[in-house]
Ligand binder design. Sequence first.
Ligand code: R5P
Length: 292
Amino acid sequence: MPEADAREDKNFHAEVPQRTEGFFLKGSGSLDWGLKNRLSKIFDPVSGKTVMLAIDHGYFQGPTTGLERVDLSIVPLLPWSDTLMCTRGILRSVIPPTYTKGVVIRASGGPSILKELSNEEIAISIDEAVRLNVAAMAVQVFVGGEGETKSVHNLTRLVDMGNAAGIATLAVTAVGRELVRDAKYLGLATRICAELGATYVKTYFCDEGFEKVTAGCPIPIVIAGGKKLPEKEALEMAYRAIQQGASGVDMGRNIFQSEAPKAMIQAVRRVVHENEKPEIAHQYFLDLKNKG
Ligand code: R5P
């Protein structure tokens, strides 16, 4: 036991009011400390944005091109990711536990690419999510698609579990072949996810009216990269999304299927965190690529 502290000259700085910091992230000010702390491992508190590296594709399609050997293709990219989105299988088997940034764990699954994808179940327990020290759990939500109600129920159960443990819930708005990726649909889907308690939402960028999608969603939106594009186009899409209110990107194939993934993830960071123009970011990509 320490000796009793009987000093009379304690300094309480009574003339200095205690500062109450706000929280930097859209719609997240009323969350609990643990949730805010975890969100700060996903979103950079300085820029307010995130570059999430998405490599969870294997949960329904097995060894995706570029992810055949995650140890060789992805681990070298980790220094430039703000957050890694992956399955618990890959996390445990390949990702070094010295990775201290945010992990967003794939928390829904079930059918493979060989079947109807929308019929997913919750695929992790909250104990396991806590054990893995994840920052968020990601769940697919099929608004307007087959399995809509079930996927919404998956979301709301994960929100309950996540809020109790201080873990964020990422709602991933999934579009099937029959759904159009326009602002009206994306606005509907993202708003429903927010209303039902998601901490943040991942959706697709659309060419027209994306600023209405972000404005109508009271929580942060990150955009999925989508299918592989030429690097300049992917950087343009990221730039337009950020300028129209996105809080970051959750990008997979446009990074790990790039001809120079290390250069690409660094160029994406310039666009997301520094508002760099896509032409300049693309030149940066080319310079890094040419340096090897
Ligand atoms: C898809 O459901 C996966 O969750 C991916 O994380 C997501 O599509 C983002 O990856 P990409 O940028 O390759 O579209």
